[in-house]
Design a protein around this ligand. Structure first.
Ligand code: HEC
Length: 112
């Protein structure tokens, strides 16, 4: 192999590892979320849809809605854990345990 090709390979290998490193740093920044803190989980994972109404998600500030559905928390837990139509399973918090997710549902319902 010529020196020029060797050098080019070394550079692209380095670029590859830098990409992997940056990628894992971005992935790690997620771990700043305290999964035991429902508000933290909400703001990291649920916020995108439930604050904006994206994909016609019911919004957090619609207290009448959450009040009306709060009598069947089991259903809300199930929807959150398994997903339902445009609501993705685990609300995209794939590292959350079922218990952590039910805490987030309780937090949503208990908002003033
Ligand atoms: C990609 C957008 C999206 C994300 C992210 C998301 N949701 Fe949802 N969610 C929806 C949509 C859309 C619905 C309405 C589903 C339907 O009834 O058609 C929904 C419905 C729900 C419901 C049921 C409301 C009801 O009475 O039918 C609960 C509870 C809920 N989401 C909790 C959460 C929690 C907790 C998170 C974060 C861990 C989360 N969602 C993240 C889109 C999202």
């Amino acid at each position: 192999m010529s020196d020029r090709i060797k050098k080019a390979l070394a550079i692209s290998a380095r670029a590859f590892f830098v990409t992997i490193l940056l990628g894992s740093l971005v992935a790690c920044s997620d771990q700043g979320t305290n999964l035991n803190n429902p508000m933290d989980v909400y703001q990291t994972y649920c916020f995108a849809c439930h604050d904006t109404g994206a994909a016609s998600a019911p919004v957090l500030s619609n207290r009448d809605f959450w009040q009306a559905v709060s009598n069947d928390r089991e259903r809300l837990y199930r929807v959150t854990i398994k997903g339902f139509k445009a609501m993705p399973p685990k609300g995209t918090c794939f590292d959350c345990t079922d218990q952590q997710l039910t805490q987030v549902v309780d937090w949503i319902i208990d908002q003033p």
